[in-house]
Design a protein around this ligand. Sequence first.
Ligand code: ADP
Ligand code: MG
Length: 708
Amino acid sequence: MSEGIFKTVKLRVEGMTCTNCALGISRALQNEGFHKVDADFAGGEVSFEVADENIVPLAKKRIESLGYRVTDVTDQVVKEKKGLSPIEKKFWFSAIFTVPLILAMFIPVDFLHNDIFQLILTIPVFIVGFFHFGRSAWYSIRSGVTNMDVLIFLGSTAAFIYSLIGTVYRLGHDYMFYETSASIITIVLLGNMLEHRSVKKTTGAIDDLVKLQRNLARRLITEMHEGGESVEEIDAALVEKGDRVLVNTGDKIPVDGEIYWGTASVDESLLSGESLPVEKQKGDKVVGGTVLVSGTIKVKTTATGKETVLSQIIELVRNAQKDKPKLQNLADKISMIFVPAVVVLALLTITYWFFGTDLPFRDSLMRGIAVLVIACPCALGLAIPTAVVVGLGRSAKTGILIKGGSSIDKLSSVDTVVFDKTGTLTTGKFSIKNLECFNHPEESVRRILYSLEKHSSHPIAKAITGYFKGAGEISFSEVGEQKGMGVSATGADGNVYVAGSYNVASHLTGDDSHNVYLLMNDRLIAWLDLEDEIKPGARQLISTLKKKGIKTVLLSGDRKQRCESIAGELGIEEVYYEKLPGEKLEVIDSLGVDSKVAMIGDGINDAPALTRAFIGVSMSDATQVAVKSAEVILLKGDLGLLEKAFGTARTTVRTVKENLFWAFFYNVSAIPLAMAGLLTPIVAAFAMAVSDVIVVLNSLRLKRRRLR
Ligand code: ADP
Ligand code: MG
């Protein structure tokens, strides 16, 4: 096969109920030669890479041969189905037949105890269970990753066949365990059904976001000046880049774009969690999915489809669920050896009680079945994904995007926080305090500054271009920005201009107290004093971090005096000033030697530092999500979010640990009880369902849990 370009294909797969199912599918596809296979049971999705799309049907077939249903490629809108899901139908069907069997244990009515009557009631349940668990068990054995359904299948079948033999040979009531067989099936189906529902609930965050995408757009075909306005209503998915779109009060903004006409206040809470509407006017950017609270605007489309902010966020949240925390590998390995081990333990139990004691075979078998059923490691498979998904969903709702389980892991263990100054601790909205010119007309200085800074996206540059707008422009033959230093250019007339920090002017003046120095042909012609304010909440944040025992550091390219005054005011312990971008990386490396460093920056001009740190957190507003460089993205510049991000991570990890305790410790400690004969199979089945539910509820509790 030639080295083609690989494409990622995603399939929506129904019927994956636990991590073992997902592992089985991954294995099977890998054996068929598919690359980068990733099966995500919580999201119901399987993805892989192919060079040739014609082999996608092969993957579908393979997955279906394992007993799952491939419904669609996920990019397409998945219609919400009404009515009962297959698992719900199976449960209710089984429950109807099982209830009289269970009643028989409490009510002394003769016909309820009749073995033929019980057999007739059990057969339908047994058939449902036989195919439901049997098929899944069989495929799991074939794919080499045995799942918990093996245990359920063995347990229920053993009880049924044993009772059947008793009925056929008329061996009496001692052989009647129909209700055991039926109850195991029904109770586990109940557990599966509840699990299915709660996994759906935990993945709700994505569905909410996806719903935002489905939208109508009013596309402007012609405008007033083109001989009258005409508008057509189309699906937002059909709008193309460059199209002009009209948005009225109350509409959802259908695309990402820039306002070219009108003013509006926009509710961006669905992206950033911020409830106050944001005022927007001509030239401002808007994000698809946000809501126009008042006003009317016309927007020129800048991004559609996969390029939109919303799509990127959805993609991020989706992938986030697949990125497994380190604890997950452990859980996966445990459940892979767990099932065979339990089968062996069950056989040992039967053998011991039957041959080693004078217990009848009937009771020995029941103890073995109880072992099979109690040991089901299903809750173990749920422990991590449910908590991670809820944690990610909760943070996404408040405007915190976390790249995945491993990022949550990292975030929760950070012990040093390094802050960039501009745009992170300060607003980054500079006001110009003073402009002083030396033997050069101010008008020309303004023009030079405006023309130079147009080429930079640094917050200082934005302030300068905003301030000196309309000063006119000069044309350059060459322009370049040196990050953390400034901008330089050569004019069409041969003059050389430099605007930057004291570093560019240190050979010309001893006065280092200004922010920006302007040089023309290596002569100082002006300097500029700028000031931005400390963000509200900064002091509060620093003191909270300190209380948690986290070290705080300020790392900036700005002057010593300014950095020290800010650090002093906020109570930051360690300060590094006048650092060039390369030196910033060195500082991060040296801090990282013996601590876990989170770097907090705006993600626009400090991307390398964000990538270099143990974990990078970028804060910027939703219109310019800097997804690539950071693992954690705060969709607005509010420092309170940072505290929440740490809190959510810590609380999620805590929940995971609790879940593992409930699932794992619980299973393991119950096995000896079952082996000793202290648990009947029905109680075991019930207890198992309870442990699933406890884990899922504990994860759901994370939605509202107080953050620590
Ligand atoms: P911080 O670490 O505070 O974010 P930077 O490292 O981005 O600061 O920049 C350090 C200094 O370099 C600024 O204070 C400013 O003096 C100068 N500088 C950087 N970019 C520019 C620019 N585009 N125009 C003028 N000066 C700049
Ligand atoms: Mg910066």
